[in-house]
Design a protein around this ligand. Structure first.
Ligand code: OGA
Ligand code: MN
Length: 224
């Protein structure tokens, strides 16, 4: 292979940073995943994870895990919202924000921090269509997890994905609007791999709904 071609391929691979481990029930659900779910593995380092957990733990540990969310979607969780960070963590959070939203300013400024107990899980739901915009993103700390998407109008189309610790994901397009998403309870399996989630913290960032709804069908992020 020509040296230049090889270099270009390496560059492309490095830019992608993703190995999706998933299993899908149909071509449609696989296409919808590849068109609307972006995974960036090792988006943060263990050192950055450690530093963020040290900053949020004093607040989280003061709270007890709730048995269930007010609308029953999340089981065994605690949560806080946070917008002020220590200088070092602010850099990491800024990188997360720019990666997801780029130049747009249409996002909820606060980071939603969700701490899920190892015996907890998140039931199938779609994030508010009314208040939350086209991008829903999470950075996973402390544990791998398994996420499942089910097409609302026909549950025979579903796809199950491994969401690794330290990774960043973005849901957009049909996977954000047409599918429910959920975090499976233990033990969860994906493509023959069994995952026993431990305590997991997600840093969630979401865009706000300021655009007319016809924008929804336009893919925001496309995997090649
Ligand atoms: C949510 C949600 C997923 C996650 O908080 O609405 O779906 O990865 N969280 O924790
Ligand atoms: Mn959600």
């Amino acid at each position: 292979m020509h040296i230049l071609t090889r270099k270009l391929i390496n560059l492309r691979l490095r830019k992608c940073h993703r190995t999706l481990t998933y299993i899908s029930s149909s071509t449609l659900s696989e296409e919808d995943l590849r068109g609307g779910f972006l995974l960036h593995e090792n988006f943060i380092s263990e050192t950055e994870e450690n530093s963020i957990v040290s900053e949020i733990d004093p607040k989280l540990l003061r709270r007890r895990y709730n048995a269930g969310h007010w609308d029953g979607v999340i089981v065994k969780y605690r949560e806080i919202g946070k917008s002020e960070w220590s200088p070092h963590n602010r850099e990491t959070l800024k990188r997360f924000e720019s990666f997801v939203f780029g130049d747009s300013s249409k996002y909820i400024p606060e980071t939603h921090i969700l701490d899920l107990h190892e015996e907890g899980h998140i039931k199938p739901h779609v994030d508010s269509i009314q208040f939350i915009g086209p991008l829903v993103s999470g950075v996973s700390l402390l544990s791998d997890a398994v996420m499942r998407f089910v097409l609302e109008e026909d549950a025979s189309h579903h796809v199950t994905v491994l969401v690794p610790r330290l990774s960043l994901y973005i849901m957009s397009s049909r996977i954000r609007y047409k599918y429910t998403h959920e975090i499976l309870s233990n033990p969860a399996s994906v493509n023959g791999l069994v995952i026993n989630r431990t305590r997991r913290i997600t840093l969630m960032r979401r865009s706000c709904e300021t655009e007319p709804r016809e924008d929804v069908e336009k893919p925001q992020l496309i995997l090649p």
